[in-house]
Design a protein around this ligand. Structure first.
Ligand SMILES: [Fe+2]
Ligand SMILES: [Fe+2]
Length: 143
């Protein structure tokens, strides 16, 4: 998995953490089965901290649809914890499946749930929707 500006949501504290999140997933994808368990422990810390910061923003600002977003974070942490446990028991192959699932899940989560939270936070802080500049845009210039 590589970071793409298509995943930018326009609220910097979230974008910075998402870039680190994707980097962790990429490192896990490139790890051997033996290298994976300590990386997954590190990822678990990163994920806990990131989800906690989003959950806190949603609670503090009383973001109306927060419950389904918070539930999704919880479900992911639960799967991570279950796989950590299986890795401890020596079932090393399950690690790679989890990493695949995380890589598939994350872009959709960003598009559907995190971007809505970003709009809400920008509106709260600045009174407008975020303007997201994506480097991949191919801009046409008039001559
Ligand atoms: Fe997020
Ligand atoms: Fe989220």
């Amino acid at each position: 998995m590589k970071w793409s500006d298509n995943m930018l949501v326009g609220f910097k504290p979230m974008d910075d953490e998402h870039i680190a999140f994707v980097e962790m997933i990429e490192r896990m994808q490139n790890a051997t089965a033996e290298e994976l368990p300590p990386l997954l422990d590190q990822f678990s810390d990163v994920a806990h901290a990131h989800f906690e910061s989003e959950n806190k923003m949603m609670e503090e600002t009383q973001f109306p649809p927060r419950q389904c977003h918070i539930d999704e974070h919880m479900a992911v942490l639960k799967s991570v914890a279950e796989v950590q446990e299986l890795l401890v028991q020596g079932q090393l192959t399950i690690g790679a499946s989890l990493v695949d699932e995380l890589a598939k899940w994350f872009p959709g989560h960003v598009t559907h749930l995190d971007s809505a939270l970003s709009h809400w936070m920008c509106k709260k802080q600045l009174g407008g929707k975020p303007v997201v500049i994506k480097r991949s845009l191919n801009l046409q210039h008039d001559k």
